[in-house]
Design a protein around this ligand. Sequence first.
Ligand code: ZN
Length: 89
Amino acid sequence: MLLIPCPYCGPRPELEFAYGGEGGIARPADPAALDDDAWGAFLYHRSNPRGMHVERWRHVHGCGRFFNARRDTVTDLFACSWKVGEAAP
Ligand SMILES: [Zn+2]
């Protein structure tokens, strides 16, 4: 079973978590100033890399909090995780 390291609760089974998409995507400061292509890129364009990837996760059946994690998309191994608002380790 895959263990995901929640920064609040420690390692827990993957069944307790929900994937929240790619991490590190900041909302535009002035969304009204964007044209349709730029807004569409913010909403839908994601990198989907092969290898290390920064992701957002939520510990749905635990503390309920969102956090960031760095995961290898090839091996599914988590390298680290950190709380929202903190700098990546
Ligand atoms: Zn947790």
